[in-house]
Design a protein around this ligand. Sequence first.
Ligand code: ADP
Length: 197
Amino acid sequence: MEENIIPHNFSITQQQRSDLKNHKPLLVWFTGLSGSGKSTIANALEKALFEKEIHTYLLDGDNLRKGLNNNLSFSPEDRTENIRRIAEVANLMIDAGLVVIASFVSPYREDRENAKRIVGYDNFVEVFVNTPIEECERRDVKGLYAKARAGEIENFTGVNAPYEAPMAPDVEVDTTVVSVDEAVVLVMNEIKKRINN
Ligand code: ADP
């Protein structure tokens, strides 16, 4: 079927949409263990960008797994599909001109590489929230580590499923060393280089 899909040439280009917003689009991808601090930093980052009149949207497990991806489990195949769909959604939002912030455990290196391929390497900033598992587990924000240790959750990253750390992230933060505000500054510095604002 795919050979019969011929894209229409629409009048308004991505460049024009960006020009209207006065900044380039970007995908800022947070990866790390559950409880590492991805959503907390992502949320503070979106507030900081919003104050600078940058057009943003935040994608995370709640708004994706409850809707578009509600038919996916945490098996390796479904995790791959989860990340692929998120990257495709982010790609549309990049086309719309937004700075998209994605906050997902995304434990597989190959899946994150695939996300980079989908949106284009220049449009991708990888943020590794590298908080030690002992601290994530101590926080146990959602009580999931306790459940996983009790054998009540299959495929829980860090307990009974692997996490493949990024080899060369654009930004790396350990939240036992860096505060939320400091992490936002580090990510913001990387964003500023990319969006010409
Ligand atoms: P994730 O999205 O990675 O699962 P969350 O952001 O939901 O993690 O939870 C991280 C927890 O750690 C929050 O309760 C947050 O308040 C706490 N925390 C403590 N210090 C930091 C820090 N420096 N950066 C981010 N989160 C922190």
